[in-house]
Design a protein around this ligand. Structure first.
Ligand code: ADP
Length: 770
């Protein structure tokens, strides 16, 4: 029986109420709150709940709600902080809306209650059984969590209620679909619908699981593959490393045996090898041991080359490779004669002393060639620490053997010719004295047992033929010098340089550059031009470099312009190597007051050393500039005192010294200068400045002075005179005591240079002042 009733109604969205359930929603819309208020006030808390077709609509009209709904009673109402109400309804019956009576502020509807049609037949029994079974078996899959369905079934709830319960808690892919359980009045149909939904849910669930599994499987497989690959690589590395390391260690063992080192050293090396094997390769210690072993197997332990010991060969080799230097070559041959006679190394060490580029190295190479020995060279320039000679102890990473053993390593034989270059440039400091280590190296009594900190064992240097070089004899530490047979080489004259270039340098450079002699013609006067105007040196290094540069330019020209021959003349030489560097000879300069050309002896050979003097208002002080050493400062002081003391005799107003400061400057100030030979030059410059008399620019001078005006002797006369000649000076003034050294001066220089011997400074003034 259906009786039409009227009640206020609210529309809900997103959730579907089903009878026989509690229904909790949050209510916020004004329309609904009004309806609820009216219901509470006038309708005993009863109302109708309708379902919104589209959950997104904010303000649904009559058309927007479903035709069927439920009858409900408010059982609880709580105000929330946000102004909304949480309301719990008991859902009582299904209804169908007959009419909307009121739709303005809220809905009021006429409705009919719908009764469930229960067949009570076998079909129903079967359906219920199926549903219950499905639910029991697949509860988690088909029902929403926190349901009490199974409990209720067990409590023996009526079928209608159980069905409502299930349809309320069924999982739905689309919630809106649950609405279909409201209009359906047949219980059997609802049961069928539930079975369908369960099935669909199961299928969906299966599908989902399958997809998940597949995804998971593919991820797992990727991960597994990655993991396995990584593992495989690690294993391979590990195995590979091990195998490689074993091979390496085996190889080292063979090298150690093959090196034929003294038994006790071999034993130690094998111990180290065992230590290497047991040290993981990742540890720093491992590479320290490895480097050490690599080094000792690379050292020569028994190999020697057989000496030719034919003195005529030595003579030939020296003659073939070197122009002039007769005295030097003689000395070398004599030195080696002793070696050949006694069949052992001489007690003293040959030391070739001379400016750079005069052939020291190439002489040593010739000696090695002639004796059929290997040649090695180590520079000692700048060595200030003993460990550079003897090596560092092997206790830290980066420790190295010293230069001597490094040289031996590259020699590969026990008896090379070993050139120790620039032995005069060693310095000692707090880290120990390298010179004393060198003493041990060079002492035939001791060097069979040379000890290197890195090697930790004694090494036999007794078969090595050491040759040393130095630029400056004075700088060689005295104990070392005592062990040496000094052979001095001096600067070359222009003519000698020309001959060296013509006979040796040119041919060597052509060969080095792969050019035939008929493809390159160099005029003689060009060679002289280069010597005079492009270089200013004691040796022939720069000259050699210029010849190399000319040949490279010629090759370029031949390749680009396809000419057959390049001919370098005075006219075209600037096209190849640019303008001359030294175009003015000192002698071409004007005679000036207060400027004097001194002559100096440096480690680069002889050189001119201009001295300038001027004075200005002051308090009688001496101002010195140009980085002068102490000896030179004292020379200046002495020179000034001498001129001052003799002012009246020289017709110089003594007040000049009182009222002025005298300034002595030695140009090219960045180069430190020292040495006892500038006294006369300074005295002359001071005299010239104070007496206002010009000095002849083509006169050069050298000598120290005393307060009495005596001229004291100097060293390096030969070098100084060659330098004077090179600079175009016409006359040099030298101390009387150096007269005996005039013999050493090359004839070519003597022919072009007037050499005046002086005893006192007044003779100097007489020759130099105009
Ligand atoms: P140093 O060792 O004295 O500085 P080098 O031996 O390096 O000089 O000589 C520089 C170049 O000059 C080398 O190519 C060398 O062959 C050459 N040289 C030097 N002097 C002569 C000479 N008298 N005869 C032939 N070539 C020489």
């Amino acid at each position: 029986m259906q009786t039409i009733k009227s009640l206020p109604a609210i529309a809900v969205r997103g959730v579907i109420p089903i009878p026989n359930n509690d229904f909790r929603i949050e209510v916020g819309r004004k329309k609904s709150l009004d309806a609820i208020e009216v219901s509470e006030k006038d309708f005993g808390q009863y109302l109708v709940i309708l379902v919104q077709k589209d959950p997104l609509l904010e303000d649904p009209t009559v058309e927007d709600v479903e035709t069927h709904g439920v009858l409900a009673k408010i059982s609880m109402k709580i105000k929330l902080p946000n102004g909304n109400f949480k309301i719990k309804f008991n859902i009582l019956e299904r209804i169908v809306v007959k009419d909307f009576l009121f739709t303005n502020d809220y809905f009021v509807v006429d409705y009919d209650e719908l009764e469930t049609v229960v067949e009570g037949n076998d079909e129903e029994v079967a359906l219920v059984k199926m549903v219950v079974q499905e639910i029991a078996e697949n509860e988690a899959t088909v029902l929403q969590p926190n349901n009490n369905v199974i409990e209720k079934i067990q409590q023996g709830l009526s079928t209608t209620k159980v069905v409502d319960l299930i349809s309320y808690f069924l999982r739905m892919t689309n919630e809106q679909e649950r609405y279909k359980y409201i209009p359906e009045v047949s219980l059997n149909n609802r049961l069928k619908m539930i079975l369908q939904d369960i099935n669909r849910e199961k299928v969906m669930n299966d599908l989902e699981r399958k997809i998940n599994e597949e995804v998971k499987k593919s991820i797992d497989e990727n991960q597994k593959e990655y993991y396995l690959r990584e593992k495989m690589r690690a294993i391979q590395n590990e195995l590979g490393d091990k195998v490689k390391r074993e091979e390496e260690i085996e190889e080292l063992r063979e090298l150690i045996i093959a090196a034929k080192m003294p038994a006790h050293i071999e034993e130690k090396a094998l111990q180290e090898l065992a230590r290497l094997r047991s040290t993981p390769s990742a540890m720093a210690e491992s590479s320290i041991i490895k480097t050490y072993l690599d080094f000792i197997v690379a050292l020569p332990w028994y190999e020697t080359s057989e000496d030719l010991d034919d003195l005529s060969l030595v003579q030939k080799s020296l003659d073939k490779n070197h122009y002039a230097l007769e005295k030097v070559k003689d000395r070398i041959v004599e030195y080696l004669a002793v070696k050949i006679m006694t069949k052992k190394n001489p007690q003293t060490i040959l030391c070739l002393v001379g400016p750079p580029g005069v052939g020291k190295t190439s002489l040593a190479i010739s000696i090695a060639d002639a004796l059929n020995r290997k040649f090695v060279k180590q520079s000692l320039g700048g060595v200030r620490d003993e460990s550079e000679i003897r090596g560092h102890r092997r206790t830290y990473i980066g420790a190295l053997p010293g230069r001597i053993l490094n040289g031996m390593k590259s020699a590969q034989t026990m008896n090379p010719v070993f050139l120790l270059d620039e032995i005069d440039k060693m310095a000692s400091d707090y880290k120990g004295d390298p010179a004393s280590a060198m003493l041990e190296v060079l002492d035939p009594e001791q060097n069979a047992k040379f000890s290197d900190h890195y090697l930790e064992e004694e090494y036999d240097l007794s078969q090595v033929l050491f040759i040393t070089t130095a630029n400056y004899l004075e700088n060689i530490p005295a104990p070392l010098r005592d062990r040496m047979e000094i052979v001095e080489l001096s600067s070359y004259t222009e003519h000698e340089k020309f001959e060296i270039a013509k006979r040796h340098l040119l041919a060597k450079q052509l060969e080095a550059h792969g050019l035939r002699a008929d493809q390159f013609i160099l005029d003689d006067n060009v060679i002289y031009n280069i010597i005079q105007h492009y270089t200013r040196e004691a040796g022939v290094r720069e000259l050699n470099r210029y010849i190399g540069a000319l040949i490279r330019k010629a090759i370029k020209e031949i390749l680009i312009t396809k000419v057959d021959v390049v001919h370098v003349t005075l006219d075209n030489v600037t096209n190849y190597i640019g303008k001359p560097k030294f175009s003015h000879n000192i002698a071409d300069k004007k005679d000036i007051v207060g400027v004097v050309t001194g002559l100096a002896y440096t480690q680069y050979g002889g050189d001119t050393l201009p001295v300038e003097v001027t004075y200005y208002k002051g308090k009688g002080q001496l101002v010195l500039t140009g980085k002068l050493g102490d000896v030179m400062k004292e020379s200046a002081q002495t020179a000034l005192s001498y001129v001052k003391a003799n002012a009246e005799r020289f017709n110089i107003d003594p007040n000049l010294f009182k009222e002025n400061d005298v300034h002595v400057h030695v140009p090219e100030g960045a180069i430190p200068k020292d040495g006892p030979s500038a006294g006369v030059t300074m005295a002359t410059a001071i005299f010239s400045a104070m007496s206002n008399k010009a000095v002849r620019s083509d006169v050069g001078m050298t000598g120290e002075i005393t307060l009495r005006g005596l001229v004291l002797p100097i060293g390096g006369l030969k070098e100084k005179s060659i330098a004077a000649h090179r600079s175009g000076i016409k006359k040099i003034l030298i101390p009387r005591e150096n007269e005996r050294d005039i013999d050493d001066i090359p004839q070519e220089v003597k022919d072009n240079l007037e050499i005046v011997v002086v005893s006192n400074i007044e003779e100097v003034f007489a020759n130099a002042i105009k």
